[in-house]
Design a binder for this molecule. Structure first.
Ligand code: F0G
Length: 360
């Protein structure tokens, strides 16, 4: 394919397989956000918008690798539990590779755009009477008993693909600012990205391409209503305590049992990063602020900006820092939250005079 050598697959030296199943993922923009940069008062602030991937989230980077492995293995049914984006991505890559796809979603807690994607790409959608963590328990049982091939972030091949977020950030930030970022702020659900970025940077250090001192501080952000990672970081624990009841407007990260915590907690600690919880209102404010700079994201993504604001207020992030905030999903994923956060349409008559009257 002519896409070989760009996007995720530009980094095939760092990946475990050769390119196969692709919908041209990766190579996402790193945006300047001058107003937010001035407001937060950091030296440099950029937004790495992973919502600009083919299915509108970073999950595509993992699926291009994970589904390629699955199709090489010759499995006949792919499956995942999902708060929405993983299911959207898996459905598209499953369709592309002509494999049957099964997705388990927490009933009533997945944003409309994501369900629509899984539906149109032809996945079988099971609406589970339970939250995401229950869905993941079930799909792990199905995988262990040989009924499905699991493509949640517990699948190490997926995280290999997601490493390329970190590699692209280093290159783009170096181009823009002449330096690697001091800190990467990212929303945390299952902590897959946190683990993947840490692995990418560790491999660069081991190969001699990056100095230990140049590894960005991994800084995780969760919603207050679903913050077991923040709790573990604050208490200095090596394991998280599972939260049975979780709630947040940012449904993508409505997760009480981050399964990659054992890999992500050392990443946060050893890079000198931290974790912080933000309220739903802070998330919505950040979503509006990004939108005012032309960057449309879903609520979970805005958590990174909300977290940066909080850590600046607390003096944890210094004014001399070069910061990249990761925005993980596109605005259109959750049209209802976007509309609720934005301005209301105004009904007007169907003639110019009526419209002019209304504008005055
Ligand atoms: N942001 C968005 C938009 C997500 O969809 C997710 C996870 C995260 C952040 C958290 O990333 O798990 O690597 O810490 N969504 C999963 C899903 C759970 O099913 O779509 P993480």
């Amino acid at each position: 394919e002519d896409f070989e050598g760009t996007g995720v697959w530009r980094y095939d030296d760092a990946l475990p397989v050769e390119m196969g199943v692709t919908i041209q993922e990766g190579n996402t923009p790193l945006y300047e956000v001058p107003e937010l940069e001035a407001e937060t008062g950091v030296e440099h602030l950029h937004v790495k918008h992973e919502g600009m991937n083919p299915t509108g989230s970073f999950k595509d980077r993992g699926m291009t690798v994970g589904v390629q492995v699955a199709s090489r293995l010759g499995v006949d049914r792919l499956a995942c539990a999902s708060t929405g984006n993983t299911s959207a991505a898996l459905s598209a890559y499953g369709a592309r590779s002509e494999l049957e796809t099964l997705v388990l979603l927490p009933a009533g807690k997945v944003a409309a755009g994501k369900v629509a994607q899984a539906s149109l790409h032809g996945a079988r959608i099971l609406e589970v009477d339970g939250n995401f963590d229950t869905c993941l328990d079930i799909v792990q049982d199905l995988a262990m008993s040989g009924h499905v091939y699991l493509l949640n972030s517990l699948n190490p091949f997926r995280l290999e693909g997601q490493k390329t977020i970190g590699l692209e950030i280093l290159e783009q930030c170096q181009d823009r600012t002449g330096a690697y970022p001091d800190r990467i702020v990212l929303p945390v659900g299952n902590a897959g990205n946190t683990s993947a970025l840490y692995k990418a940077f560790r491999e660069l250090v081991q190969s001699g391409a990056l100095d230990e001192s140049e590894v960005p501080k991994l800084t995780g952000v969760q919603a207050e209503g679903a913050a077991p990672m923040v709790e573990a970081v604050e208490e200095g624990n090596d394991e998280i305590r599972r939260w049975d009841h979780v709630e947040t407007r940012a449904t993508a990260i409505r997760i009480g049992n981050p399964v990659n915590a054992p890999k992500a907690l050392p990443g946060i600690r050893e890079t000198g990063g931290t974790a912080v919880a933000v309220s739903d209102d802070e998330i919505t404010d950040a979503q509006r602020s990004l939108a005012e700079e032309g960057v449309g994201v879903e609520p979970a993504s805005a958590a990174s900006i909300a977290g940066l604001r909080k850590l600046r207020d607390q003096g944890v992030v210094g004014s001399d820092e070069n910061v990249v905030c990761l925005t993980t999903g596109h605005l259109l994923k959750d049209p209802e939250e976007a509309a609720a956060a934005g301005s209301d349409p105004e009904p007007v008559p169907g003639d110019t005079e009526g419209v002019l009257d209304h504008l005055e």
